[in-house]
Design a protein around this ligand. Structure first.
Ligand code: TA6
Length: 304
């Protein structure tokens, strides 16, 4: 593995800005993006952003201390990539929930620093015998991560097949908050949502969202920015997005949260997911040769 990491650092490492490191035995390495603006850590397993810490700030992302770093298991926290389907596979419930991109080993295709000294890195995943176990289509996936004072994550799907390709996807971001009882989420007011914990009933969001129990909602036909106001950490986190028509908001609350072995005990109190997605009625169909890029941009402003 060290030879692999040495090769990655020779080819894609940049002194003081991009470094590849071991994560754990028999597991892909991670990349560390560092600049005056922030530090960002990404696992090559799942091309999974694990943390994003702006300078002089607290991590914007929540990563479970009980996350499991083993092949075949998605990492709990950070920004899992849900692709080529969001949630369970409607046609075959035995397939991995949220698809297989987040439980695949990605490769590095490019890295650099832009004219503003902002480091970026590109990963790719393409169809092979392994992916055919889950999905027959020929594809290429690219993920680009740029870490300045804000975090930009873009996922591009290329249809390399001879037939149309219909996907749903999500950048399933877990946000680090002071306490679930004290935050308020705006940006989804007057938006229809599917309530996954109330028989998938379609409802309308009235006013800002405050969470006092399990929440699992797919807000549909919305391209709005969302904001997490967190007085406890004296910050507002802004989640903006491009080419995403669904915003998923999830908190498992006590019972479901504590039932997840890779969730910290009472970890639900310190997290909320605001997911940049295309799901439910907002699926994407690509013609052969077509492409689609969904992006999310995450940053904080000091509350007052
Ligand atoms: O965030 C929406 C959701 O689909 C929830 O229903 C919950 O299952 C969550 O994703 C986490 O899924 P995971 O497979 O990562 O445990």
């Amino acid at each position: 593995m060290n030879r692999y990491i040495d090769r990655l650092n020779q080819k894609y490492g940049i002194n003081g800005h991009i470094l590849f490191k071991t994560m754990t035995n028999d597991y892909p390495p991670c990349a560390i993006l560092k600049s005056d603006f922030s530090t960002c850590k990404i696992s090559l397993y799942g091309a999974h952003v694990l943390s994003f810490i702006p300078t002089d700030a607290v991590d914007l992302l929540m990563l479970s201390s009980k996350a499991v770093y083993k092949r075949g298991k998605a990492i709990r926290g950070g920004i899992p990539i849900c692709w080529p389907w969001f949630g369970p596979n409607a046609a075959d419930r035995t397939l991995p929930v949220h698809g297989f991109a987040r439980i695949s080993e990605w490769q590095v295709s490019d890295s650099g620093i832009n004219q503003n000294d902002v480091p970026f890195i590109k990963f790719y995943l393409q169809s092979d015998e392994e992916s055919k176990k889950y999905w027959p289509c020929k594809f290429r996936l690219e993920l680009t991560v740029m870490a300045s004072s804000s975090l930009s994550v873009s996922l591009t799907t290329f249809n390399k097949d001879f037939q149309d390709m219909t996907i749903s996807n999500a950048l399933h971001s877990y946000f680090n908050i002071s306490n679930i009882n004290d935050i308020e989420i705006t940006g989804i007011e007057d938006t229809e949502y599917i309530d996954s914990i109330d028989n998938d009933k379609k409802k309308l969001q009235k006013g800002p969202l405050r969470i006092s129990g399990e929440v699992d909602r797919d807000y549909i036909n919305t391209e709005n920015d969302c904001f997490i106001s967190d007085p406890g950490l004296n910050r507002i986190i802004c989640v903006s997005k491009q080419n995403s028509k669904t915003t998923v908001i999830w908190n498992p609350w006590i019972k479901k949260g504590n039932a997840l072995a890779d969730f910290d005990h009472d970890g639900f109190e310190k997290m909320v997911c605001i997911e940049t997605a295309n799901a439910v009625n907002n699926t994407i169909t690509l013609k052969p040769g077509g492409r689609h890029t969904v992006s999310t941009n995450i940053q904080q402003t000091v509350w007052k």
